[in-house]
Design a protein around this ligand. Structure first.
Ligand code: NAD
Ligand code: 6OD
Length: 436
């Protein structure tokens, strides 16, 4: 850890910190190209670490890693600075303008569900702003962060700009990074509880923090939705990556007149997915998810489909699979409706009017994402405006534009990243006031 932070500090003071924006952006484009040149290795490493299907890693994880570098290279080249001509009451005039400087050495701590996507979502803007980084990927998924170091080398990124330390969280690499006095800022994606521990660890050295945390996201489905498009969209929102996406919909509220029809459509999709979904990340995580499946029954749920472990009759039976699961009939106060499960499972409940749907969707300590499904766009806008969520999708889910603000309210995080929000977090803005 000490060597990694020292290497990052040296690189900051040496070539990288002094490089102009045009050259830095050019270097980031080369990183994107180097990821693409090693595309198959990255896919294989992500699949080996997570067990996710090759098709998913090839379609989502690895292309987004390259896109993250290209987007922030584009943005840093185009980013302007604020300036104001100032006229004071006593007749003086001045020019104020801001300059963008790196924060310094940025500690990046990331989870296992979308390992390279989430790591590069933070590394790319941090480097674009001239920072050097020390990353601590999840102990479950170390491989692609290490491969990225090779891609950095291929791209000619100077030694010490990108540093990887492996290890666990508490009492290990994650905690050492959070408390290290040589780390100037921390950016973290993971569980809300871990975010709280990192915040406490960072407090004595007053490090700026950016946190992307957990969610218990709602989908609201109105009777006038495009039915097939909605059922397909919901299946993605619940089951993509075996439900291990912070943005996944674990609570679905459906207008009562189409409640049975939606439950049935989602049940058919879940059952069709049983043989193609990847496993969960680990034995421990499977125990957690199966614990919620048991708890749901104890809390009085009707298990519409799933609720257990699939039997394939082949070597997959040794993996950490669970059945895609649909629950109904729980009270809104049930733990399975309140707590993030992070597996391929949702609870579906009926609602009678818009106000009730909004109230139920917003009755959560989290506030990450929501989706609204309706063909009445006026209503789509109206409901979206009232959602307690950092992002609300209307008639879609996980459709990303990397320039937009991304983050959560409540237990779902602190701050916003994406576009200029990332550039502003990873920069120290200094204002200069010149009397004219
Ligand atoms: P986690 O919080 O257990 O671990 C994330 C990272 O933090 C790992 O690298 C881990 O080693 C490290 N860590 C753990 N304890 C630490 C400590 N005390 N100090 C410093 N570092 C520590 O999360 P996870 O299980 O890897 O990922 C799943 C969670 O992440 C879910 O809650 C999910 O919602 C959340 N998540 C949120 C987003 C988002 O954008 N909001 C994205 C992905 C995942
Ligand atoms: O798309 C992103 O930028 C992002 N941070 C997604 C997070 C997904 C959570 O699992």
């Amino acid at each position: 850890m000490y060597e990694a932070v020292a290497a990052a500090r040296n690189a900051l003071d040496d070539k990288w910190g002094a490089m102009n924006v045009r050259d830095r952006a050019a270097a980031l484009y080369k990183v994107a190209a180097a990821i693409e040149a090693r595309f198959d290795c990255f896919v294989a490493a992500e699949v080996a670490d997570t067990g996710k299907p090759v098709a998913l890693a090839s379609r989502v994880d690895i292309p987004r890693a390259a896109a993250n570098f290209r987007t922030f290279a584009d943005l840093i080249k185009l980013a302007g600075i604020e300036s104001f001509q100032t006229d004071t009451a006593d007749g003086r005039t001045a020019l104020n303008y801001a300059v963008r400087k790196p924060l310094g050495v940025v500690g990046v701590i990331t989870p296992w569900n979308l390992p390279l996507l989430l790591l590069t979502w933070k590394v790319a803007p941090a480097m674009a702003c001239g920072n050097t980084v020390v990353v601590k990927p999840s102990e479950e998924t170390p491989a692609t962060a290490t491969l990225l170091a090779d891609a950095m080398k291929d791209a000619g990124i100077p030694d010490g700009v990108y540093n990887v330390v492996h290890g666990f969280g508490e009492g290990s690499a994650g905690e050492f990074l959070s408390t290290h006095p040589g780390v100037d800022a921390l950016t973290f994606t993971g569980e809300s509880r871990t975010g709280a521990a990192i915040m406490a660890a960072a407090a004595p050295t007053v490090k700026p923090v950016s946190f992307e945390l957990g969610g218990k996201n709602a989908a609201i489905v109105f009777a006038d939705c495009d039915f097939e498009e909605t059922a397909d969209g919901l299946a993605d929102a619940v089951f993509l990556n075996t439900g291990q996406v912070c943005l996944s919909a674990e609570r679905i509220y459906v207008e009562h007149s189409i409640f049975e029809k939606i439950v049935d459509a989602l049940k058919r999709r879940a059952e069709a997915l049983t043989s193609t979904l990847g496993p969960l990340i680990s034995k421990e995580h499977r125990e957690k998810v199966l614990g919620y499946y048991r708890l749901a029954r104890e809390e009085g749920a009707c298990v519409v489909t799933g609720g257990g472990v699939p039997q394939f009759g082949d070597k997959r039976d040794g993996g950490w699979y669970v059945e895609p699961t649909i629950l109904t009939g729980l009270a809104e106060s049930a733990r399975c409706v309140k707590e993030e499960i992070f597996g391929p499972v949702c609870h579906i409940a009926p609602f009678h009017d818009e106000a009730q749907a909004i109230a139920m969707a917003n009755d959560t300590k989290y506030g990450l994402a929501a989706s609204v499904w309706t063909s009445n766009l006026k209503r789509g806008h109206r409901v979206a405006h009232q959602m307690k969520a950092g992002i609300t999708w209307v008639n879609c889910w996980f459709l990303r534009d990397l320039r937009t603000p991304f983050g959560g309210a409540g237990l779902s995080g602190i701050g916003r990243e994406g576009g200029m929000h990332s550039l502003n977090f990873y920069s120290e803005l200094n204002n200069i006031c010149v009397k004219l």
